[in-house]
Design a protein around this ligand. Structure first.
Ligand code: 3HC
Length: 314
């Protein structure tokens, strides 16, 4: 009987040899649990992320913007479904995963607990939030778990469109009337720091990074991805004449990166722990939607069981 420690050594050798781990492969329970945690919370983030943007579908400034925003929000629903399906390959049911969100046991990205106050917020979300998500998700296309990596490939293609349309909104506003430019700057001021928080705590504070890197769930750390995002986004802000709200932001020739101010980790944990501006509103919306959809789930289950009984009787 192969000892667990031999199995673990074999597993690590597969990871080190860049082999993808598939659902039927042996994996350490901690590897599986870590993935269930991350993939399910990623899925929750996609679905909850539809709410702040959905808030502006009926108020988009013209038909073109409305059609683009509709498409983006629908994409996010699809991303959630890919990720919930990837999660099911790890042996957890869809119901239990959704229940973890609705009961407050599971997290979703802190960023979605901020309000969308003006149309420029829709630009800032596409540009900054989807921009940050892309940094992370492109890295995840190389994650060691097969179904997760493959879901990421599809999601990243759509995410790039999300980021471009957001940046275009901000570029158009910045070239518009002074009030429009002021609206874009206000949105950047409010969304910049929460977007940096999306990458998670500093590596030194991260509960999972070391293990996730060892198992190549993560290929780059929270701080590495955050730095890449800052270096790229600051230049994009300059191109459209907006100012990043960080007085300590300064190009460091030696490092080849931007130095930046410290993130307000008290705010971060406050939002993660449920006390952000919109946490209650977001959870209420998800719980209500789940309740309103109960009859659809029950009808689909009844139809499926009738079909199975008919097949068994034939
Ligand atoms: N919001 C909420 N919780 C966060 C967080 C955030 N921004 N950043 C970290 N956390 C939580 C972690 O989940 C963990 O808590 P847990 O143990 O209860 O799960 C704790 O803080 C410690 O953080 P770690 O850095 O140790 O955790 P990870 O190693 O999991 O790293 C992560 C955090 C980088 C977010 C990682 O989970 C990850 O890469 N997740 C997949 C990507 C993702 O979920 N992105 C969210 C946005 S999706 C999106 O934006 C969709 C787009 O279409 C708009």
């Amino acid at each position: 009987m192969t000892e667990v420690k031999d199995l673990e050594a074999l597993f690590q050798a597969r990871i080190d040899a860049e082999q993808k781990i598939e659902p039927r492969d042996w994996m350490p329970e901690k590897y599986r649990k870590n993935l269930v945690r991350q993939v399910s919370q990623h899925a929750h983030s996609e679905v909850v992320g539809m709410l702040p943007e959905g808030n502006w579908i009926t108020r988009a400034p013209n038909l073109r913007r409305k059609a683009i925003l509709l498409a983006k929000v629908q994409d996010e629903a699809g991303h959630g479904l890919y990720l919930y399906s990837a999660c099911e390959t790890l042996g957890v049911t869809r119901e239990s995963t959704i229940d973890d969100l609705l009961s407050g046991r599971a997290k979703y990205s802190s960023i979605f607990n901020y309000p969308t106050l003006t149309w420029a917020d829709i630009g800032a979300i596409g540009w900054l939030v989807d921009g940050a998500a892309i940094m992370n998700q492109v890295m995840l296309t190389r994650t060691s778990y097969g179904p997760y990596a493959r879901a990421m490939v599809r999601i990243c293609k759509e995410e790039s469109f999300h980021q471009r349309q957001g940046y275009e909104i901000m570029a158009v506003l910045s070239k518009g009337k002074p009030e429009q430019k002021a609206m874009a700057q206000d949105a950047l001021n409010r969304w910049w720091w929460p977007s940096l928080m999306m990458f998670g705590p500093h590596d030194s504070e991260s509960a999972h990074t070391a293990e996730s890197m060892k198992w190549k769930i993560k290929r780059e750390s929270n701080d590495e991805l955050r730095q890449k995002f800052i270096d790229r986004t600051v230049q994009q802000a300059e191109v459209i004449g907006l100012t990043v709200p960080d007085p300590d932001l300064k190009w460091n020739e030696e490092r080849g990166h931007y130095d930046h101010g410290e993130i307000d980790w008290k705010e971060f944990w406050n939002v993660v722990e449920g006390n952000g501006p919109c946490n209650h509103e977001r959870m209420k919306a998800r719980i209500t939607a789940h309740e309103n959809g109960r009859w659809v789930r029950e009808a689909a289950a009844a139809h499926a069981s009738k079909k199975t009984k008919k097949k068994q009787a034939a």
